[in-house]
Design a protein around this ligand. Structure first.
Ligand code: PHE
Length: 446
């Protein structure tokens, strides 16, 4: 029935793909401003602790289950289920994950489309097409629809090509470029007046903020979204890892890359905002916090780039290329979840599945574009605040309470024969059984 499964050809390939999934819009427009507004380096420390204490164990649950079952999320959870009841739960969690990730992609594609439009804007100005530039930067349903389609076509083309020739090939090209652009832009921004104030706001710790429970909850939500947890993405990527690979090590490398790139993005974004401030651009919202989210990306930073003169054109293009890359390496991981399921469980050919599912998600995106106010926030909140944490909770329950402990150990030992005596095996089972579910529930009910 199913075509032979894909596999990442190297550790580097997997790391680029998985960190590509993790590093996305959230890292660049959420993390830096959150940090600067919430106690600087103090928030960073809390975030690091939460990532490694809570999100990393949940990430490991997905990677281990995925590699053990060597299949998509639905089948993988069913494989480890032991009773009829848990098999039903497995199918439910897997299918709800597929639906959730498809809706996440539907709003992600809209925002990613903005990034592409803003990438073309400086080029239009360069050749003197001011009308086009105006059109590209004005929020209209027509512009948004066109760029949603452009972005989804790129996503579908990459996923059609498969794990090695699509996901891995593009992630290994795009992620190093992303890191390089990020470093170059950061170095350039450091030379501008105002940057050092930004650096201070970003890094000087204010420990009085970190006891705020709301802050802990936000940081945890951010950590789970950022590591792409709950919706089967990491589980599916885990299913393409070689049996010789040391899972605890590659998992921690993915978490480190995700946090590392978020921290690096902060070194660019927060100083850039203070440079904008020095240029007379408003960077704080009514509550006094730094402007975050779309407002940061489509108004604060473009205002700064416009003030920079001709070099601003280059800086703006580089920045929006960076954003597009970050989005694309995440969107392909999202589309892979339903595509892997259709290919493996329904015998659909990969390019057909990618086209049909990608097409359906594009239609959902277009419906949101034309009904933006009622739908956009609803879809974002429902998927990321309601569905994603609950799904993560169930995956932890599968790994800790349903799956046989010895089978987990055997899976980890493949590629890490000494696992039984290592620190990971001493701590992780306890975390995944008690700490992670409780922490997720606490966040959920907030
Ligand atoms: N981790 C991605 C980001 O930070 C978003 C994402 C969520 C990707 C769920 C895949 C699955 O933007």
């Amino acid at each position: 029935m199913a075509a032979p499964r894909g596999e990442f050809s190297s550790r580097f390939g997997f790391l680029m793909a998985a960190s590509g999934s993790a590093v996305g819009l959230g890292n660049i427009w959420g993390f830096p401003t959150n940090t600067a507004s919430n106690g600087g380096a103090a928030f960073l420390i809390v975030y690091l602790v939460l990532t490694f204490a809570l999100a990393y164990p949940a990430l490991m649950a997905e990677l281990i289950i995925g590699r053990h079952a060597r299949s998509n999320a639905v089948t993988a959870l069913k494989t480890i289920a032991t009773s009829n009841g848990s098999k039903l739960l497995a199918v439910t969690v897997g299918v709800v994950g597929i639906i959730t990730v498809s809706f996440i992609l539907s709003f992600y594609a809209i925002v990613s489309g903005w990034m592409i439009a803003f990438f073309f804007d400086p080029l239009a100005r360069l050749v003197g097409m001011d009308g086009l530039s105006q059109w590209l930067t004005t929020d209209t349903a027509v512009r948004n629809s066109i760029f949603v389609v452009v972005f989804m076509v790129m996503t579908v083309v990459i996923i059609s090509a498969g794990v090695k020739d699509g996901i891995e090939k593009w992630a290994t090209r795009l992620m190093p470029s992303l890191i390089l652009i990020l470093i170059l832009l950061t170095l350039y921004v450091f030379t501008l007046p105002g940057a050092m104030d930004g650096l201070r706001a970003y890094l000087i710790p204010d420990f009085s903020r970190i006891t705020d429970p709301q802050l802990l909850i936000d940081a945890m939500g951010q950590a789970f979204f950022s590591l792409s947890l709950g919706v089967g993405t990491m589980l599916v990527y885990g299913s393409y890892i070689s049996k010789d690979e040391n899972l605890p090590v590659v998992g921690s490398l993915v978490a480190l890359l995700d946090v590392g790139i978020a921290v690096l993005a902060g070194l660019l974004i927060v100083p850039a905002m203070y440079v904008a401030l020095a240029n007379g651009v408003e960077i704080f919202d009514e509550s006094g916090a730094l402007i975050a989210g779309p407002g940061l990306i489509v108004s604060v930073l473009p205002a700064l780039f416009n003030n920079m003169g001709s070099i601003g054109i280059l800086v703006a293009s580089a920045f929006f290329i960076l954003m597009t890359i970050a989005s694309l390496t995440s969107s392909i991981s999202m589309l892979e979840v339903p595509v892997a399921y259709s290919v493996e469980n329904h015998g659909v050919r990969r390019p057909v599945a990618a086209l049909l599912i990608g097409g359906t998600i594009t239609i959902i995106s277009l419906i949101i574009v034309f009904n933006f106010d009622p739908l956009f926030d609803l879809v974002v909140n429902f998927t990321t605040e309601r569905s994603q944490p609950l799904l993560s909770l169930f995956i932890c329950i599968f790994a800790a309470w349903i799956w046989k402990r010895n089978d987990i150990l055997q899976e980890i030992k493949s590629g890490c024969p000494e696992a039984e005596n290592g620190i990971f095996w001493k701590i992780w089972p306890f975390y995944i059984k008690f700490i992670c579910p409780v922490a997720i529930l606490v966040v959920y009910f907030q």
